[in-house]
Ligand binder design. Structure first.
Ligand code: SF4
Ligand SMILES: [Zn+2]
Length: 345
């Protein structure tokens, strides 16, 4: 086990899940999203499962999704009750997004028969269903079985690649798979005409602001021809993670919103025909991507509008006095080996 892997495992050693009720989903709500270039209503369900199998072994350095997981067996009945509970609020939205704080295609989290029941029911009304999975659970056989449920509707799988750089993925994130594993999974999905969404992380630990901008832009370049959607996730500091350990020691600062805007502009220029989104959890707080209190809300609004309308012109005119600080970070952080986080809050 590598040192980072051990560190990620250690963060969870005293963890006890707070919510014990396995009949309640983590959350479910309605929101807007894009489908076929149109803004549509989407319904989101987050199932409470046993948890991501990788997180149960050690987990990724920035991921605190396990805080919402049960960490013990969630039975088929529990999962179906969770589904029924969420469905009481479902208003036939045409787009349904399913999250599990892990992998929907992992049989340990969601057994095959339950997966089939959930998808069959939702496809009675939904035109598109989106799920998430690590690449190792994406097999020909499994995808074929899913497509047989309803081949005429859209199925989408989101993969948390985070970066195309194997070194960063392994040594900063402890992600536990390679760029090649991702490409193999993408090939299987493409063959079966499944839509692919790729999550790209902004500001992994141990790299500087400038390195993170460069990494995100170069990742887009490497995946733009194989993914349908690129979804950026700036790291937010989640409880009981290795990133929160670093953050508490003032050795980590989440991304600047100036950096996020730069990445979005450059990515749209480079991958014009791709849908590019950015979901900022905890934006404008010290645990999430932020600039300063005077400009955070205007930046966050522009980023969220861009995610729906794809127009980079929305970023025109965004400015603030704190830009100087950000430029200083970009210029000199590489020389300070990341030790300037304290100075620039
Ligand atoms: S980021 Fe994904 S793969 Fe990594 S621990 Fe979290 S849920 Fe599991
Ligand atoms: Zn500002």
């Amino acid at each position: 086990m590598s040192t980072l892997e051990e560190q990620c495992k250690n963060q969870k050693k005293d963890f006890t899940p707070k919510i014990k009720n396995k009949h309640k989903p983590v959350s479910y709500w309605s929101e807007k999203d894009i489908q076929n270039n149109r803004i549509v209503d989407a319904f989101v369900i987050i199932f409470r499962t046993q948890g991501c199998s990788w997180a149960l072994k050690s987990g990724c350095s920035m991921c605190g999704y396990f805080n919402d997981s049960a960490w013990s067996k969630v039975s088929d009945d529990d999962l179906l009750i969770q589904f029924q509970t969420a469905m009481e609020k479902y208003k036939n939205e045409p787009f349904v997004k399913i999250f599990t704080s892990g992998s929907f295609l992992d049989d340990i989290e969601i057994p095959k028969n339950i997966r089939k029941k959930i998808l069959s029911k939702l496809y009675e009304t939904a035109d598109k269903i989106s799920v998430e999975s690590r690449p190792e659970y994406i097999t020909d056989k499994k995808i074929k079985q899913i497509k047989e449920i309803n081949n005429s509707k859209t199925f989408e799988v989101g993969i948390g690649l985070e970066t195309a750089d194997d070194n960063i993925r392994k040594n900063c994130l402890n992600k536990g798979f390679t760029f090649n594993d991702y490409k193999k999974a993408v090939k299987i999905l493409k063959k079966q005409k499944v839509n692919i969404k790729t999550y790209v992380l902004i500001k992994p630990p141990f790299i500087t602001e400038k390195e993170s901008i460069d990494d995100a832009i170069s990742t887009v370049d490497k995946i733009k021809n194989i993914t349908d959607i690129i979804s950026f996730n700036p790291v937010n500091v989640q409880r009981n993670t290795y990133v929160s350990f670093l953050w508490n020691r003032k050795q980590y600062r989440p991304a600047w919103l100036f950096s996020v805007v730069d990445i979005l502009k450059e990515s749209k220029k480079n991958a014009k025909d791709k849908l590019i989104k950015c979901d900022i959890v905890g934006g404008g707080t010290i645990r999430g991507a932020h600039n300063c209190k005077n400009c955070d809300s205007s930046f966050l609004k522009a980023i969220s509008d861009f995610s729906l309308n794809q127009k980079t012109s929305i970023f025109k005119g965004l400015d603030c006095n704190c830009k100087e600080k950000w430029l200083d970070v970009i210029d000199i952080e590489n020389l300070g080996f990341g030790s300037l986080v304290n100075m620039y809050g």
